[in-house]
Design a protein around this ligand. Structure first.
Ligand code: URA
Length: 433
């Protein structure tokens, strides 16, 4: 078999065989296929798509490119959560400690930023000392001992996805349904979860720009889940504007801490509650929605969820004093307000434009080797539906240079659109089981 033939076949939109897909995944993981050859194939997949059986074969090959984790010694009821990515998406940092504090075991592997979307692993690493690179033994021990572990993908779990994910980010191949579905589900199969709740984001700041595509992605992931005998539920959520009040690694961790204290932005709360309810259902913990909500609010109000987050940070080597005193997080040197030039109601806060502006600030990586600056980001003072007076502050830009600050302020002004009427928002679009 030859990689050039495989690229040629996909270039001509032919269906790849199971053997061709397995060959590509095996040889790319081992380094025998180069990044530029893989990039050509990924681009051809992105343009020409894949059939259902190609997607299943790709998912299985990627899942088996490394170890398959067996968590059955911890529980047969491990529920995982994954998001298809968004701007300002700090949901995992809030949701998973809530779930663990309810007594449902959480063993979760998170990704890094991809394109304009942020990554939970990058956010966790902004907590000084927090180690996202655990061995499988450490990961399992943490779940056994404190009921939760949040780490990044290790070299041994779905390493093919790790390589392809980083590559896609640098060649404008992030928004492809076959690649997203296989990327997410291969990791979930490899990480040993019994059930998965997927946050399928939809809108300007996500890979799926419209409901039709988001539904197609959700249905494809449900199908893969069914095939892999993993209970799967998808929650379609709105990502037209950034989620919550902050975008940026340190800033989002600070917002998550505040949320665990009960001060949750309305849109964040709606997403967290809906995902938590799905997780509680799949884990056979509670099926009554009213009871679920009650239990979630109890662990937040009693401080149990925040305590669980602190326990997690401590267990993974992080400095808990930052969680206790979030003002300890280092601030960016230049903080500039974005002032409104008119009065009205916020009609749009374009998550794509915000994500792009954030990438320029240094929140994410443009190249796979780029380093990120966890201090930089944007805090929003006004979101869709809010009333704004001329000269009021729309947002604050946290930058590491005057030049980047000026550029970002202009970009954020561009991201806002004011109108005469108050717009009603809907954050949960639908649930697809
Ligand atoms: N999250 C993933 O894990 N993979 C993708 O391709 C997109 C979001």
């Amino acid at each position: 078999m030859d990689i050039l033939d495989i690229i040629e076949n996909k270039k001509k939109a032919k269906e790849l065989s199971k053997e061709e897909i397995e060959y590509f995944i095996k040889k790319y993981t081992s380094g025998e296929i180069t990044d530029y050859q893989a990039a050509a194939l990924i681009m051809a997949i992105c343009i020409n798509g894949m059939t259902q059986s190609e997607i299943l074969n790709l998912t299985i090959s990627m899942a088996h490119s490394g170890d398959i984790l067996d968590l059955s010694d911890i529980s047969n009821n491990i529920v995982d959560k994954h998001s298809t990515g968004g701007v300002g998406d700090k949901v995992t940092l809030i949701l998973m400690p809530i779930i663990a504090s309810l007594g449902i075991p959480v063993a979760k592997m998170s990704g890094r930023g991809l394109g304009i979307t942020g990554g939970t692993a990058d956010k966790l690493e902004s907590i000084p000392g927090y180690n996202t690179n655990l061995s499988i033994e450490e990961f399992k021990n943490n779940v056994k001992e404190i009921g939760i572990s949040l780490m990044t993908q290790t070299l041994n779990l779905a390493p093919a996805d790790k390589k392809i994910y980083a590559l896609r980010d640098c060649i404008a191949c992030t928004n492809s349904i076959p690649l997203i579905a296989s990327s997410i589900m291969s990791k979930k199969i490899a990480s040993g979860a019994n059930s998965i709740v997927l946050d399928v984001t939809c809108g300007k700041g996500s890979f799926m720009r419209n409901k039709q595509d988001a539904r197609r992605l959700a249905k494809m992931m449900n199908l893969i889940g069914k095939w892999a005998k993993i209970k799967t539920s998808c929650v379609l959520t709105n990502m037209d504007e950034p989620l919550g009040y902050s975008v940026g690694n340190n800033l989002e961790v600070i917002e998550a801490i505040d949320a665990l204290k009960g001060n949750m932005a309305k849109d964040v709360k709606e997403v967290v509650m809906n995902l938590a309810i799905q997780i509680m259902n799949l884990a056979n913990f509670q099926s009554n929605t009213f009871e679920c909500k009650k239990r979630i609010l109890e662990v937040i109000e009693s401080g149990k969820a925040l305590e669980k987050f602190k326990e997690l940070v401590k267990k993974q080597g992080g400095d808990v004093s930052y969680i206790e005193n979030p003002e300890k997080f280092e601030k960016a040197p230049i903080i500039t307000p974005v002032i409104s030039e008119e009065s009205g109601y916020v009609e749009k806060l374009d998550a794509y434009k915000v994500g792009k502006a954030g990438l320029e600030l240094g929140i994410g990586r443009k190249e796979k080797e780029d380093s990120i600056d966890s201090r930089v980001g944007i805090i929003f003072n006004k979101k869709i539906g809010d009333k704004v007076k001329k000269d009021e502050v729309l947002a604050y830009v946290h930058a590491n240079s005057a030049e980047k600050s000026i550029e970002c302020v202009d970009a954020i002004k561009e991201a806002y659109k004011l109108g005469n009427k108050k717009i009603a928002k809907k954050n949960i679009i639908e649930i697809i089981n």
